[in-house]
Design a protein around this ligand. Structure first.
Ligand code: GYE
Length: 364
């Protein structure tokens, strides 16, 4: 209760300060400089005066992967990574992180790129299975890749899922694959909703840009956000459409949706790239991003942090792409101990006006 009250006061004070500040204050949003300040919280929106929900508690009682193909402990390994796309900085950072860690360890790593196509990723994985790597890392494009995971398991290859999940009724955790290393996407959606409530005070007519249809981050980021905003009667998603996690589609879909929903005051994008495309579309429509339309997204890329610092993007919830160290450490642990938990959940930060600038240099 105490924390809540303090946070509410801080928000009120920040709002009062920015309202009192003169109109040429460089930190005011939408005036060509300075990150965006929170809006005054509406009384009927508890989310607008609540503290940042933060990360979820680590999942309890996660079973161990006892039934998956084993991995012999060796000095060096020949491994493979099926990447689903290379069309955004997040994907490039993930691949680079895998390559850097493999190189550091002296492991041989083969990477395939599915060009954001499910059929290609299935073919890529079949090709990798035929090469019989010691272990197979996979960033599945959608949850529908369970069958090919099972194929790898039947070939005796331990599979480690990275950054996205598959449908667990098709591929059993700890049997058909060893483990999945992921962020809590539902919680990311909840934090994005919280940030949106800060940005808008709890009154927002929202366009939602969804990620790749059928991918676990698109499904769960939608769930967390949509459920959270039901706390606030003034926050409403008026249209929700996929822009496939890309900047180009983020722009084109936003252009169309701004025409059909000229009353929109906010955009929630499931990743930064779509938000950056949306910012271009907002400008092209003669509106001011960050002022006429508040935007919140997820990932924490360099361009997004720069947009937060410029006051165009209100906040971005981190989804860390640097999987290399965790991926290989988990693989080694599996080789040595014969089992690891079937799910490993990462912790994420939230970037907003308070910390964006200082994190730009190290962002991807
Ligand atoms: O947010 C997005 C990427 O699966 C967590 O996929 C990942 C998401 C990330 O293309 O930018």
């Amino acid at each position: 209760m105490r924390v809540r009250t303090t946070a509410a006061l801080a928000v009120l004070m920040a709002a009062a300060l920015s309202a009192a500040g003169c109109s040429n204050d460089a930190s005011m949003p939408g005036q060509g400089g300075g990150p965006a300040a929170p809006a005054a919280p509406s009384a009927d929106c508890p989310l607008a005066s609540a503290p940042d929900p933060g990360n979820s508690a680590p999942p309890a009682n996660v079973p161990a992967s006892t039934g998956a193909p084993k991995l012999a402990a060796k000095d060096t390994y020949r491994v493979a990574f099926s990447q689903n796309a290379s069309n955004n900085p997040w994907r490039l950072a993930e691949t680079a992180s895998m390559q850097a860690e493999a190189q550091r360890l002296g492991y041989q790593l083969t990477v395939t790129d599915a060009n954001n196509e499910q059929a290609k990723q299935i073919q890529d994985i079949k090709g990798l299975i035929a090469q019989r790597p010691d272990a197979l890392f996979m960033a599945p494009i959608t949850e529908q890749l369970g069958n090919v995971v099972v194929e790898a398991a039947h070939a005796g290859i331990p599979v480690f899922l990275l950054d996205r999940d598959v449908d667990t009724t098709a591929a059993k955790p700890g049997e058909d694959y060893v483990t999945v290393v992921v962020s809590d996407f539902v919680q990311q959606g909840r934090r994005a909703a919280w940030a949106m409530a800060q940005a808008t005070g709890g009154n927002a007519t929202i366009i939602e840009l969804e990620g790749t249809t059928g991918s676990s981050p698109a499904i769960d980021r939608k769930k967390g956000f949509d459920e959270s905003i039901t706390q606030c009667p003034g926050m409403r998603v008026v249209v929700s459409q996929s822009a496939d996690f890309t900047r180009a589609e983020g722009q084109s879909v936003t252009e169309t949706l701004l025409q059909s929903h000229p009353d929109a005051t906010a955009i929630y994008a499931h990743n930064d790239e779509m938000a950056l495309g949306a910012i271009s579309a907002i400008r092209a429509a003669g509106k001011v991003p960050g002022q006429d339309i508040k935007i919140v997204s997820i990932d924490g890329s360099k361009d997004a942090l720069t947009a937060v610092d410029a006051g165009e993007l209100y906040a971005t919830v981190e989804s860390n792409p640097r999987f290399g160290p965790k991926a290989f450490e988990t693989m080694q642990q599996y080789a040595q101990q014969g089992q690891v938990p079937v799910q490993l959940v990462l912790e994420d930060r939230l970037f907003n006006r308070e910390n964006a600038a200082q994190n730009i240099a190290e962002a991807y």
